[in-house]
Design a protein around this ligand. Structure first.
Ligand SMILES: Nc1nc2c(ncn2[C@@H]2O[C@H](COP(=O)(O)OP(=O)(O)OP(=O)(O)O)[C@@H](O)[C@H]2O)c(=O)[nH]1
Ligand SMILES: [Zn+2]
Length: 367
């Protein structure tokens, strides 16, 4: 069954940042990961930002070694072996360098120029799993004191996006494009000059069927408003979030075997121990199965929960096997219903099973 996009948007609980800047450590620099399939327009976006006048000091790490593409670009880089380590200072205050790997080394080098920039944009290779890049910022404590992950932006080619997103892979292999869409906090449908509005709308439906809670914008030549792409605070990490009040999940999934989004609301307060066990069974043990016996595979997990005995709302953030329970600055108000809201994006998800198992972690109806 086809769902219309407006409906999907209404269905989605949004994680809305409040008091945006408050929790960020002074001096911590946000990093946004720019991902998207080969040739979707990542470098175009970053070049656009590098050449626009915007009064921001942005450090941009370009991936000039797009695997399987841009042969001449990679030749140019390899001619001068060290070139990719070199940071170029541009007239509009931006810094730029190009790298041939996932760019983390470049970030480490960049941190020696601390004070010269306020924001980092990192392009991944077209076939990269942005989740594993994002994970580095979580597990690398040293990086983590200097920078925080602001969000993952996925660029989708308006013309070839559907083909990339729906391409069948051999059993056990992931569809890279679909994974990139699943992990996105913002999706940019680029190259809209190449197709009609009807095709764009169809692509939006496919994108929404994978990631039901993502904001989507349309661009030509990756031209965006900077304010649309920066400071998303998608991981909340150091920022506080709350979930949007309206929430009517249909939780319907229609593309069999494909990546889908499941959301639900459960009332009460959970036991922290049981909650951890629930998440770990899902993310680590992968021993929770759908009705057909296929293990659920969670790519992205977000939520706000009420943990028994805690006055503050707790935020859950997960990417692949990594997850965090973090206390937000927001407290549960006196008499406020304690509603736990969860969003799962992944494969073989069964809403009823996920919800029932979550409900089993609830130990008090209210406090
Ligand atoms: N028609 C059209 N072409 C575009 C648009 N945006 C980018 N392109 C072209 O698409 C090609 C690929 O763009 P890039 O920005 O290099 O794509 P990328 O995602 O960085 O590619 P890789 O790093 O190789 O994966 C370039 O030739 C761009 O000029 C657009 O909106 N419309
Ligand atoms: Zn590129």
């Amino acid at each position: 069954m086809e769902r219309n996009i407006l409906e999907i948007e209404e269905d989605c609980p949004e994680l809305i940042p409040i008091e945006k800047e408050i929790q960020v450590q002074p001096g911590q620099i946000p990093v946004t990961i720019i991902t998207g399939y080969l040739g979707a327009g990542k470098t175009t976006l970053l070049n656009y930002i590098l050449t626009e006048q915007h009064n921001k000091r942005i450090a941009v790490i370009l991936n000039e070694f797009g695997e399987g593409s841009a042969l001449e670009k990679s030749l140019a880089v390899s001619q001068d072996g060290e070139l990719y380590e070199e940071w170029l200072e541009l007239r509009n205050g931006c810094l730029c360098c190009s790298v041939k790997n996932n760019g983390l080394k470049a970030i480490e080098n960049l941190m020696q120029k601390k004070g010269k920039f306020d924001y980092i944009l990192l392009e991944t290779t077209g076939l990269a799993d942005p989740g594993s890049v994002a994970s580095m910022f979580w597990v690398d404590a040293e990086l983590g004191t200097d920078i925080y992950l602001d969000g993952i932006i996925t660029i989708v080619d308006a013309k070839y996006g559907i083909q990339h997103l729906t391409e069948k892979k051999e059993e056990g292999l992931v569809n890279e494009a679909a994974r990139q869409a699943a992990l996105a906090d913002l999706i940019i449908i680029n190259k809209t000059d190449l197709v009609g509005q009807e095709e764009i709308n169809h692509l939006k439906e496919v994108v929404s069927s994978i990631n039901g809670c993502v904001q989507i914008i349309e661009t030509k030549k990756s031209r965006v408003n900077l304010s649309d792409v920066l400071d998303l605070h998608a991981f909340g990490g150091k920022a506080s979030t709350r979930l949007f009040e309206h929430f009517n999940s249909s939780g319907e999934t229609h593309l069999d075997k494909a990546i889908t989004t499941v959301t639900f609301d459960v009332q009460g307060s959970v036991s922290e121990e049981n909650l951890n066990a629930y998440i770990q069974n899902l993310l680590w043990e992968k021993n929770i199965e759908d009705k057909t016996g296929a293990p659920m595979n969670i790519i992205r997990l977000k939520g706000i929960v009420s943990v028994n005995g805690k006055s503050h709302k707790i935020m859950i953030q997960g990417v692949h096997e990594l997850y965090d329970l973090e206390e937000t600055p927001e407290t549960w108000k006196l008499g406020e219903q304690r509603i736990n809201r969860l969003i799962f994006i992944g494969k073989n998800l069964d809403k009823k099973i996920l919800e029932d198992m979550f409900s089993a972690t609830v130990i008090t109806e209210r406090m």
